[in-house]
Design a protein around this ligand. Structure first.
Ligand code: FES
Length: 578
């Protein structure tokens, strides 16, 4: 690989000239206490940090940023830390999905507007991975993704607790009167024991696994627990590597390809991925000019088995177990022969195949052999039919088998508050055969497509022992959720998608093996209902929400803004410097 000279670096345009503007740049760095020996001849590496006091998953990022900087300095670079919106999943309302694209814009413009040559991106909590990477892909500078790493296993009375998944399960037990208030407080204190992302195979672990499989992280980095000492060492290595990537001019365009996105889809299937992976990977692929579609996910789901025995698709283990069993390198070694293109490039400057040399699995129950999968078809299935002509998604590996083929009457809710009140009403006219429907919860209707798709089981049924039933919405659900939840119905009801036309009592047939979902109502009757449908008023009249509403795309297209996709506009030019 050829190496660039200092004069060819982007930052030299700011720093190296003998003119008044460059004088300003240099004098202001000197104001910060730096001198020429800090920047002359050195690539400037942005450390984009999504730390905040309200992102508990990124609580270690102040220290990690320092460790990245140590690595940058060791390799002869000049590190500069730039903060970005932290989008902490646990606190942001109405949903972090509203702000994924805002983070993508911020990451892109931070890189474009500042005198930096490359970047280390610190993220991990759900939307931060796609947000940072989408922005970095569009900015086009050499960059490396540092995943936050999963938190330690939860614990309550000696029982391991999984983020999200066990919260939902134990909440149902509390609703059924089986857990006291005092016990509930113990659960609150035990379910998140350290910094780091959710330690089930939720959206965070799914998306960092995808970044790993895409070649945008050091191979295997995504499974290192956040508080493990090797996570600190990995951070420093990211800093060192980012400097070399700048000299090598190893941009995302040289790392990414359609093959790397297909690899990422296959890895997502094998880990029993979050349903959110579909939306984010489609958006990321379109930014990178390597578009994948819902059909690619469905094709992969039919051939790649779920081999990571991690909750919620698995029944037993958590991310810490996955790491100790060999982690992502171990898992990818199992997929290598049949399901990965090993010739793809990675940020290491080596191919994926080279990076997997010597990778092993140390526990065959956590990372199963392909012939002893926990689920023989993939984690996700894409259904289509008259109720979702552009598709919807189910996670068969995390739902009760009897609901994979089912016909039942709809019970329709137009908004989240009315649904929430109704399911707590013990007189609700509902059986386990019903299909609960929530509409106006999509990209525009939510707004931001909140994670409302795992509708609560009505308390009347919970008390009868029911723990799963079919649910259908245009919402998303948390990757830590589970159950027979059909999500992402497109087009969404808020813009007049067919979900808007369903009435309580209509029969719906779901057939996952046939990949179909059908509203058993005649076309003539649906036409009558459509003529009577009126669009709801806009959610926003001003601000970011207003911009979001005008430019957000539907779920099957990744929910990016139409003006940001590579396919829809010419590359944005570098800023002129004078
Ligand atoms: Fe941050 Fe789950 S809340 S990863």
């Amino acid at each position: 690989m050829g190496r660039r000279t200092y004069e060819e670096l982007r930052s030299a345009r700011w720093m190296a000239k003998d003119d008044l503007r460059s004088f300003g740049h240099r004098s202001r760095l000197m104001q910060l206490g730096y001198g020429p020996q800090d920047w002359v001849g050195r690539p400037i590496i942005a450390v984009i940090n999504t730390w905040s006091d309200l992102n508990s998953c990124h609580g270690h990022f102040r220290q990690r940023a320092e460790e990245v900087k140590r690595g940058v300095l060791q390799a002869g670079g000049f590190p500069v830390e730039l903060p970005a919106i932290s989008v902490g999943e646990a606190f942001v309302k109405p949903t972090t999905m509203l702000y994924r694209n805002l983070l993508a814009i911020e990451a892109e413009e931070l890189l474009r507007s500042h005198p930096v040559d490359g970047a280390v991106l610190l993220g991990g909590c759900d939307k931060t991975t796609p947000g940072l990477l989408m922005g970095a892909f569009s900015a086009g500078l050499p960059c490396i993704y540092l995943p936050a790493g999963p938190m330690l296993r939860g614990n309550w009375k000696g029982l391991p607790l999984g983020s999200g998944s066990d919260a939902w399960k134990l909440w149902d037990e509390r609703r059924a009167g089986n857990i006291s208030q005092a016990q509930w407080v113990e659960v609150e204190g035990g379910i998140a024991r350290s910094h780091g992302t959710c330690m089930t195979m939720g959206t965070a672990s799914t998306m960092t696994a995808i970044a790993d499989a895409l070649g945008m992280s050091l191979t295997g980095a995504s499974s290192i627990p956040a508080v493990d000492a090797s996570h600190s060492r990995m951070a420093a290595e990211c800093g060192r590597r980012a400097v070399d990537m700048v000299w090598e001019d190893l941009t995302p365009a040289k790392v990414l390809s359609l093959a790397s996105f297909k690899n990422a889809i296959n890895v997502a299937m094998a880990v029993g991925c979050s349903t959110n992976a579909i939306i984010h990977l489609i958006a990321m692929s379109r930014r990178a000019g390597c578009a994948v579609t819902l059909d690619d996910f469905d094709a992969a789901s039919r051939k790649v088995p779920v081999i990571a025995n991690i909750r919620p698709s698995g029944d037993k283990y958590l991310m810490e177990d996955f790491y100790l069993a060999g982690g992502m390198r171990g898992l990818m070694s199992r997929l290598a022969q049949d399901h990965l293109d090993l010739s793809v490039m990675t940020v290491s400057g080596r191919t994926l195949g080279e990076n997997l040399a010597g990778a092993q699995v140390y526990n065959d129950d956590v990372i199963r052999p392909l012939d002893n999968a926990i689920y023989n078809e993939g984690a996700l299935a894409v259904l289509k039919g008259n109720i979702a002509p552009d598709g919807c998604v189910i996670k068969p590996s995390a739902c009760s088998p009897q609901y994979l083929q089912h016909t039942g009457p709809a019970l329709v809710f137009d908004d989240y508050p009315s649904m929430k009140a109704a399911v707590e009403d013990e007189s609700l006219d509902v059986t386990a055969d019903h299909i609960l429907i929530l509409r106006n919860a999509g990209p525009l209707g939510g707004p931001g497509m909140p994670e409302w798709g795992m509708l609560p089981i009505p308390v009347k049924l919970v008390k009868q022992g029911v723990r799963d039933m079919l649910r259908l919405s245009d919402a998303r659900m948390s990757g830590t959720s589970y159950g027979a939840c059909i999500l992402h119905a497109a087009p969404e009801s808020y813009v007049g998608g067919p979900l808007a036309l369903v009435r309580t009592g209509d029969l719906i047939t779901v057939d996952v093996p046939a990949r179909s979902i059908q509203l058993n109502v005649s076309d003539a009757e649906l036409a009558v209902r459509r003529a009577a449908w009126t669009p709801p008023p806009p959610r926003y009249e001003r601000g970011y929400g207003w911009m979001f509403s005008r430019h957000i795309k539907q779920a099957d297209q990744g929910c990016d803004f139409d003006f940001l996709e590579t396919d829809f506009g010419a590359p944005v030019p570098e800023p002129d410097i004078f």
